[in-house]
Design a protein around this ligand. Structure first.
Ligand SMILES: N[C@@H](CCC(=O)N[C@@H](CS)C(=O)NCC(=O)O)C(=O)O
Length: 278
């Protein structure tokens, strides 16, 4: 990819005399004007290397008040890590939301009314502007895009964020699973399954520790939704009987995330009962 960018830059340098510095900001226009549908999106970025070179290369963001004025509704449960991710993200983005407690032990998530919102029959669900969105990391991406926060500042950073979100579901979920085994003994499976999950959780924490040795946040110098997703599980590692002090870079990063405005312990991200207008 870096090679492609270089080649494009060379070709451009040949084709045109060096443009004056002040012509560069013209790349801005995604919000309207002459921009064609799709201008400023990832697809068009390929065809427009000059736009990608602009410092704040996320021209597709419009002020949230212009397009997302509605108040989101989060359907969740305070003990659910995926639901806590969303509560945390909303708080950290400074977005007020209404909250609906879903009684999982009572089976509310399998009732027709809930299934009409989420075919997977799971929390969380985010209701916003006519959408019912499931899968916590998809919701995180939706919110980051809608509110223009925590998505990554450049196309490259945004790709890193997507990778880490996928990895969160792929690998860090082992720590979340281990925590479920320990926290809710009725789910406790065979000891071999617990050992398998503990080994995977350990590998995940090793991997994250290596990344954070040289990176302040997982996808770069600034916090993103990838940090919010991973932090939510890591912050509950004690319930999985994993001592985060064994991973010093993870521990230091978790403290950094916890200190960000709006951040909290995951259990304090949402009420522990129904609430409207929180
Ligand atoms: N991949 C989903 C997982 C959601 C999930 O597992 N939610 C649990 C609560 S922590 C749930 O609703 N479990 C009930 C079920 O699966 O039937 C996400 O990230 O949102």
């Amino acid at each position: 990819m870096a090679k492609g960018v270089k080649t494009a830059a060379k070709a451009k340098a040949k084709a045109k005399p060096a443009p004056k510095a002040k012509s560069a900001p013209k790349a801005k226009p995604v919000a309207g004007g002459k921009a064609k549908p799709g201008a400023g999106t990832r697809a068009s970025a390929k065809a427009a290397p000059a736009a990608r070179k602009a410092p704040a290369a996320k021209p597709s963001r419009k002020p949230v008040a212009e397009r997302r004025p509605a108040r989101p509704v989060l359907h969740g449960l305070w003990l659910s890590i995926p639901a806590c991710k969303i509560g945390l993200a909303l708080n950290m983005m400074g977005v007020g939301f209404d909250y609906r407690h879903v009684d999982l032990p009572g089976g509310a998530h399998k009732a027709p009314d809930f299934l009409s919102r989420n075919r997977f029959g799971q929390v969380p669900v985010l209701e916003h502007e006519g959408h019912h969105i499931a899968q916590s990391n998809v919701i995180l991406h939706y919110l980051a895009d809608a509110y223009g926060k925590f998505l990554g500042r450049t196309a490259a950073e945004e790709i890193r964020v997507a990778e880490w979100l996928q990895w969160d579901q792929d690998r860090m979920s082992s720590l979340a699973m281990l925590r479920s085994f320990k926290r809710f003994p009725r789910y406790t499976p065979h000891p071999e399954v617990i050992a398998f999950m503990a080994a995977r959780a350990t590998q995940a924490l090793d991997m994250l520790d290596r990344q954070l040795e040289s990176s302040r946040f997982v996808a770069g110098a600034q916090p993103t939704i990838a940090d919010i997703a991973l932090f939510t599980t890591v912050a509950l590692a004690d319930e999985a009987e994993m001592d985060i002090a064994r991973w010093p870079h993870v521990a230091a990063w978790a403290a950094r995330v916890r200190a960000l405005p709006g951040a909290s312990h995951p259990y304090d991200a949402m009420p522990r009962e129904d609430r409207v207008g929180g």
